[in-house]
Design a binder for this molecule. Structure first.
Ligand code: GDD
Ligand code: MN
Length: 388
């Protein structure tokens, strides 16, 4: 029976998975372990390679997710499939040092410790092959993340850690978000009781084969994460991302309007209409790329999604103007009226497009929500749960 379940999220890691199994086996002599890969239907055939591997090695399994993406949710689902009392997460690309696993396991045998984190910034930990600027950016980001976190973690963005299975279950039941890539941060922030932890230093190596999937989106994810922490989890994370995109849309709108109206001397009404459509389309594309990255629309779905988005946001704009007008006519300060209108419009747009534009058609019909990519409980529910 496995003592340790190791979860490995994979997306296009075909050249790494066999090597990882070999290295894990070499690192854990005398320990019963299982490897649970969670693959999001990688186009490079990772899942096929994993099926072959699992046919030869009963300690290996692959959880295949079709039509979904996301590092955090992949890790959580893999962790939930684990059977061992201790569970770990490690990247497939061999950047994390698997030889530290036995040390981490030993520390966890102390029942007062909940989590052991592989850390690039504790003790003799380090990062291989990063230039100065990359290292500085990472350190600054880490410092910011530490500021907003309750725990004094040296490497809060680590994707390499081990914990007790029951502790994990508690966090998942408390509503860990599963959106994005910062799973460890999420676990710490969601846990109903503060987690006691230890850090084990390691050297973050260069990638064995393939390329990183996070590079393009880290900055965006990071800003969303900071805002999420800042708003005290009262607001759903996707709403924050949606609002950020809305802000970008406003800038785009003003740019197009300025170009057409001031430079191109197009009539104002016409320029405003074109700018609105361009901004809506820009918002739709950005939300599809960033906010709903894990359920991205493609092909014809993209067209259908765009139509529903434009219709929803058109109605949202009407609500916005109506409410702002009403308030203004009833002696509300113009700025407050405008902000109230914008807020109502934003909430409307978010709520309606979450249901009609990005909702999966095969969602369960029953009243209960399942799945990790869905909304987590609101602030009130959390407060109630915390105090009970
Ligand atoms: N299933 C699944 N779905 N796996 C994914 C996805 C996804 O959408 N995106 C990435 N992965 C897998 C990769 O295949 C890899 O095994 C692991 O997640 C990490 O992805 P990388 O693309 O290699 O990320 P990185 O090296 O830039 O960043 C990693 O290290 C950082 C520092 O420890 C990640 O672990 C970060 O979370 C971590 O902060
Ligand atoms: Mn990597």
């Amino acid at each position: 029976m496995p003592q340790l379940s190791i979860v490995v999220p994979t997306f296009n890691e075909v050249g790494n998975v066999v090597e990882l199994r070999d290295r894990v086996a070499a690192a854990l002599p005398g320990i019963d372990w299982e490897l649970i890969f969670v693959d999001d239907d990688s186009p490079d055939g990772t899942a096929r390679r994993l099926a072959e591997l699992a046919q030869q090695d009963p300690r290996v399994r692959c959880l295949l997710r079709i039509g979904r993406r996301g590092l955090s949710s992949a890790c959580i689902e893999g962790l939930l499939a684990a059977s061992a009392p201790f569970v770990a997460v490690i990247d497939a690309d061999l950047q994390h040092d698997e030889t530290r696993l036995p040390v981490m396991l030993d520390l966890l045998r102390d029942p007062t410790i909940d989590v052991v984190v592989g850390s690039r910034y504790a003790g003799s930990g380090s990062v291989e092959g990063w230039d100065r600027s990359r290292a500085t950016i990472s350190r600054v980001a880490t410092r910011l993340a530490r500021l907003v976190l309750r725990a004094e973690l040296k490497d809060p963005m680590s994707g390499f850690f081990m914990m007790r299975r029951e502790v994990l279950l508690r966090c998942v039941r408390a509503g860990v978000s599963g959106v994005g890539f910062k799973i460890l941060l999420d676990l710490f922030a969601t846990s109903p009781t503060p987690l006691s932890f230890r850090e084990v230093s390691y050297t973050f190596r260069n990638r064995h084969s393939g390329e990183s999937k996070l590079d393009t989106n880290v900055a965006w994810e990071f800003i969303v994460m900071l805002l999420d922490r800042f708003f005290g989890r009262a607001v759903p994370i996707r709403f924050i991302a949606f609002s950020l995109v809305g802000g970008i849309g406003l800038v785009l709108h003003l740019l197009v309007l300025g170009l057409l109206f001031r430079v191109g001397s197009v009539e104002f009404g016409m320029a405003q209409s074109v700018a609105t459509l361009v901004a809506m389309t820009g918002n739709f594309v950005l939300n599809n790329l960033l906010t709903y990255r894990d359920m991205r629309l493609r092909g014809w779905g993209l067209l259908r999604g765009w139509v529903s988005f434009v219709v929803a946001c058109g109605l949202g704009a009407l609500a916005n103007v109506g409410i702002a007008n009403y308030l203004f006519e009833h002696q509300t300060w113009w700025m407050a009226s405008a902000v109230a209108g914008v807020l109502v419009g934003a909430v409307w747009n978010y709520a309606v497009t979450a249901v009609y534009t990005w909702k999966k058609p095969q969602a369960p019909k029953s009243g209960t929500r399942t799945g990790l990519t869905q909304r987590r409980p609101g602030m009130i529910a959390r407060l109630v749960r915390r105090s009970s």
